[in-house]
Design a protein. Sequence first.
Length: 68
Amino acid sequence: MGAEDRSYSIDQLDQGSKLEKQKKRVLKKIAKTEEKYNKGVIPKQVYYNLLTKYQDELIDIEVEMEEM
């Protein structure tokens, strides 16, 4: 039974690190989008649409992390 618990926690750690990587990726996307908007590369509406999309992704990731 101890081995099962350990493998489960390793799987949980793997999932947690995957979620952390996803979270970092989304945060980088948000930063790049803000940078593009500030430089005037993308219009305001596109910026807000992308920001909303990325924030939704971030919320989904954080909820999944809390459920672990």
